[in-house]
Design a protein around this ligand. Sequence first.
Ligand code: SF4
Length: 388
Amino acid sequence: MINISRLYCGLESSSDRFRYQSDSPPGPIIVYNCTNKCNQNCLHCYSKTGFISDNELDTARAKGLLKQLADNKCAVVLFSGGEPLKRDDLFELLDYSRQIGLQAVISTNGSLIDESVAKKLVGLGVSYAGISIDGTEETHDKFRGNKGCFVSTIDGIKFCKAAGLKVGLRFTITNHNYTQIRDIFSLAASLNIPRICFYHIISVGQAAKNNLKCSIDQTRRALNDILDCAKEYASRGITEVLTVGNHADGPFVLNRLKQENSPLYEKSLNLLQKFGGNKIGVKLFDIDPAGNAHPDQFWQNFSLGNATKQNIEDIFKNSINLFKDKISFAPDRCKKCHWFALCGSNMRFTGQNYQSANWILEPGCYLKDEEIFISGKSNEYACQDAKT
Ligand code: SF4
């Protein structure tokens, strides 16, 4: 995640401890896709890849998984799906997480949250709900294949807020909605929501099938709008604007700060260097409904092992060994990039198995050659290993 509010506007937030502070928790962040069931049918769903087994862990095995995560000091578990509220035992799993000291947050489409559900989530210690909105009402309903779901999602947000649950909006940037960044800021301000996470579309699952990938120009337009709006709306209470899924956003912010002669440039550069870019398979893991671990939620076609058959500590260790040296997998363009040390390349996996692994630039990097100093200009911040 790139914290635009911190890097571009100088605003600190509590979640920065996972990124830019030395007291960051020791264990990884886990996305737990606890079910594939869903009440919606989104055009951009990464879960419906066809690679995930339907063998969803039952309550006892899911608790066993959570216990292993707690024993390995995992910082946060994000219950995701599918739609996590379609899992009958979700409240039991959240209750168990609280008992064993796991901090639980939830990623949901919000449409199944009424007053009683919102109160239950708060009572079970859920500290945050990320709720997906795909744009204006018309766009959202079209994307979700469900007329009226925008209204039910907004109702769900209001119930969460009334119950005292922190809410953030989640917006996936696609070639259909990249012009609606301002609409999302406006919506967040009207609902008094301080946090928005913008997800770059990644061409897996339904998103690949439906060809939702943004062009380079579309991505740049979206990022420029996000930066403009982050600054404009900070005074209206939107103080935590993040992007997810593309660490080229860090250099993009630095380039804007440089152009604007911003005094934040040096500080933001230091923060990005401290964080060190892409953390998939090292500080971030995904676990699918059947207990298979993945480097992140978009790598559903690559399993690191199954947490019900192997010790999760071993799975994490093996993955960290595999991914700690990302330069060895990086495409040539990334190897020559000035910013590799603070980006780590946008590793996307298109192979069906490790032997055919293919980490690709596309659709990740949208920076121009002159912005990554690919011409080979010497640079004190360039990754030494990248100077080939
Ligand atoms: S070229 Fe690679 S390392 Fe450089 S900013 Fe783009 S994705 Fe990151």
